[in-house]
Ligand binder design. Structure first.
Ligand code: ATP
Ligand code: MG
Length: 408
């Protein structure tokens, strides 16, 4: 107990799945995973909360096991936000800091941040984060940390990440419905990047692509900083739906076929020309060539969108460390070969690794965002573990949840 002073929670609210990870944080900052779980979500559309009760109930249900496993009550968390409304813009600001021999203070940094953001973000957007890229002090460019330096005129270039205010408000309401306060909202792909990238990759230039159920999001890093975030409203479930429509089968079978299939026909098991699906006594055979065509058509569309984003951000063919794929869609067989051809870059599949505690079960691409959130929370703060007795308080059940929503 002495060693672990704080605990932190990461909560990834995906369109199809909700996932949570709980970790204790040692005095030395070491992170130890003590609980995790995942469950199906409902009431979300393309990464955005479409009704409050669906996600609230899904989160509440999923957290039961996390609390049992970790022994901690989950009442606040770093929460992922997703959807095409999430975006980043570059912003610049300038302030005069006074006399020539003035030393830059925290206060000056906050002021120049304010100057950079003012007028850059429309009123219907919530600023999620302002990430300083570089400062200029009295004309000297490229300063990473001007605190304590001497100068009279301070300029800042920053990435400003924002989300449509109604969407972030509804996400907060949904987690509050599960008795979880969202301490901070982080774009899911940015959180995922934190779990799968090394500092060297972020320094040299790398992109992370989160292939989710209903969204595909892109985060680009260079010089150690986040340079760009973009989200496309198309994801891995679109492949499933295409298969269901074209092959005239229900989505469960389509999902099964998708999971068994390799986009480039490298699958093992099934006969060369066909994939066999048993349903009760019935056996259905589907042509590999046809499935391949359907999957690849949608993948081509998704990666074409990604390529356009990279180009828009001016990073196409400019990523020495290549591209890292995460999210459930990264499990699609053959997806990295496909991405390599489509994006003309080196591709890796990313997953969390190297964590302490009961972590191995979450070393999967789809857990990247939840793990990244927990790592960010661990770095920033955390709830103090006060006493051994306090940690086993049981949360109120679904009854209170219903009462909560009467308020809206
Ligand atoms: N083994 C697998 N093979 C192929 N696809 C898979 C596999 N496992 C999961 N998927 C796909 O991954 C997707 C779910 O990924 P994930 O859980 O990351 O999405 P999400 O976070 O809920 O959605 P989003 O990020 O778009 O809001 C589904 O489309 C699912 O079909
Ligand atoms: Mg997701």
């Amino acid at each position: 107990m002495e060693e672990n002073l704080r605990y932190v929670v990461g909560l990834d609210v995906g369109t199809e799945n909700v996932r949570a990870v709980v970790a204790t944080v040692g005095r030395d900052g070491s992170v130890s995973i003590v609980g995790y779980n995942e469950g199906p979500n409902s009431g979300m559309r393309k990464g955005v909360v479409a009704n409050l009760t669906g996600p609230a109930e899904s989160i509440d249900r999923m957290l039961g096991e996390v609390e049992r496993m970790s022994g901690f009550e989950v009442n606040s968390a770093y929460v992922s936000i997703n959807g095409a409304h999430v975006m980043s813009v570059k912003a610049e600001g300038m302030i005069a800091v006074g006399a020539e021999d003035h030393e830059i203070t925290e206060d000056d940094l906050a002021r120049v941040e304010g100057a950079a953001v003012t007028g850059r973000v429309p009123a219907n957007r919530d600023i999620l984060d302002v990430l300083p890229l570089s400062y200029t002090l009295d004309g000297q460019k490229g300063i990473k940390d001007p605190l304590g330096m001497t100068g009279a005129r301070l300029e800042l270039e920053a990435s400003v990440i924002s989300a449509l205010a109604p969407n972030s408000v509804n996400l907060r309401k949904a987690t509050e419905g599960a008795k979880v306060e969202a301490e901070k909202l982080v774009p899911s792909v940015v959180a995922a990047a934190r779990a799968v990238l090394s500092e060297k990759q972020m320094e040299n230039g790398v992109a992370v692509i989160d292939l989710g159920a209903a969204t595909t999001s892109i985060a680009i890093f260079e010089e150690g900083d986040l340079q760009y975030v973009g989200v496309l409203p198309v994801g891995s479930n679109n492949i499933t739906n295409d298969l269901a429509i074209v092959l005239e089968i229900d989505t469960e079978i389509a999902e099964d076929i998708k999971r068994r299939f390799a986009a480039r026909n490298t699958a093992e098991g099934d006969d060369a020309g066909e994939i066999l699906v048993r349903r009760g006594r019935e056996e259905m055979a589907f042509s590999r060539a046809e499935i391949s065509e359907i999957i690849e058509a949608r993948l081509a569309e998704i990666f074409d969108g990604v390529r356009k984003e990279l180009k828009f951000a001016k990073y196409d063919h400019k990523l020495p460390e290549g591209i890292v794929l995460v999210g459930g869609g990264a499990r699609l067989k053959g997806v990295s070969e496909f991405a390599k051809d489509a994006l003309e870059a080196a591709i890796k599949i990313g997953a969390p690794s190297g964590l302490g505690g009961v972590a191995e079960a979450i070393y999967k691409p789809e857990y990247s965002a939840a793990v990244g959130l927990v790592l960010m929370a661990a770095k920033d703060n955390g709830q103090i573990i006060r006493s051994h007795h306090e940690k086993k308080k049981k949360k109120s059940g679904g009854g209170l949840l219903k009462g909560f929503f009467k308020k809206f």
